[in-house]
Design a protein around this ligand. Sequence first.
Ligand code: G4P
Length: 525
Amino acid sequence: MSLQEEISRRRTFAIISHPDAGKTTLTEKLLLFGGAIHIAGAVKSNKIKKTATSDWMEIEKQRGISVATSVMGFNYGDYKINILDTPGHQDFAEDTYRTLTAVDSVIIVVDVAKGVEQQTRRLMEVCRMRNTPVIIFVNKLDREGRDPFDILDELESELKIKVRPLSWPINIGAKFKGVYNIFEHSLDLFTPDKQRVSERVEIESVDDPRIDENVGEKDAAKLREDLELIEGVYPEFNVDEYLQGKVAPVFFGSALNTFGVKELLDCFVKIAPAPRPTKTEERVINPDEEGFSGFVFKIHANMDPNHRSCIAFVKICSGKFERNAPYKHVRSGKIMKFAAPTAFMAQKKSIVDEAYPGDIVGIPDTGNFKIGDTLTSGEILHFKGLPSFSPEMFKYIENSDPMKAKQLEKGVQQLMDEGVAQLFVNQFNGRKIIGTVGQLQFEVIQYRLLHEYGAQCRWEPISLYKACWIESDDPEALAAFKKRKFQFMAVDKEGRDVFLADSGYVLQMAQTDFPKIKFHFSSEF
Ligand code: G4P
């Protein structure tokens, strides 16, 4: 197969949802259709149970599972599908943001009873920043839930994207009879069964009497009414708009009952994008270029202190990746060869000889890689767009064992390179501040510093509201701002200026008083 053919058959995506909406269940059903697994229940949820938030060992066990499920590759017809898993626990949201930089599209799962929940909203913001195409799957139609029109309105207003239903439910909950597939003009009848696929009735049009025969006259009439309304309110589905991230097609179903999943998958492979060009600081890279390039979007540490090794996950952006070929590690300038790159197919991790754009390879690493690093056939390229967002929680990190200062320094450095949390150094007093998305990350850091580096740290409180990256076209204004706020100025690990606002009010005042300063809540601007 030519490079171009390999590229066009690849679909690399992530499923995102608020915990419990059904991401794990949907992933598993997709793997079933791809023949990657044979029985339901084979995919272990990598979500960290809410009850276990303080139980660190439990988390560690569960993190072990998540290495295996980080990337799930399988073939479906002529397509090669790569699903990138994202951690369910919101304290690891930063990890999810980065994973979203390595996918070409996204499927969002929403619970029909709960609608759009907080985490989905935030993840969608990241998709919007990058114009990532999204398909929405409204799940759990077998349970009582909200009116589908209300759900569509909520999706539009909360996720700030136009929607277009491509399937439509006939009733919901106990009376749920199935969906009308607008995309393929068929009627899919619901049989509550976890293993079996639903029954499909091919129909000519919405006026086909077979609809009445199968769902009864009353429901058929309601369906026709709903469909008429849909056609009146929502413009025809336009694939280009979807590909530009301007409209999200919506499917309805029940992942647990394997209902509506195959329809979703069939539509997905047809419309979802193959690997797309990637932006670098130097130029735009097309996937079909001869030269290999890829970037590290995730580093997974081995939690076993006796084997301090990591796996760096590299997304291939262009060319063909080959085992043992010499590649340039752009940040260090070193030429490296990888003897044991792994790929992830049908839930098995195995050494691969070659891989193509859209694929993810895992490279065993002993501390050479940082998140965002680039590998190429020789060209100097820096990939753009691995965003850091303002953390939610901040603490000073202090050394508890004066004999181990060096170890602490090194440990903090490496954990930050891995993307576990963010480090800011206060310019006024030189103290180090760690910013995280949730409490759990502080526990992870403390535990890992001790077990992997033999260093002990303690946390001291600091009351901060947000970290904002600042810039200005006017150097004098920037200097004046930094002078005025010198106690609250810090640098991030790239040396960029960050303003640490201690309250929403202070931030608002600063924005009013310094109109020439731009305040950014993400490092990508
Ligand atoms: P997540 O990865 O998004 O966190 O969600 P997950 O798939 O683990 O699903 C959360 C719960 O919702 C699970 O139940 C799952 O069985 C259930 N579920 C998923 N899809 C459907 C559906 O279409 N209909 C119904 N009725 N339930 C669904 P659980 O009791 O929390 O876990 P388990 O013991 O069943 O694994």
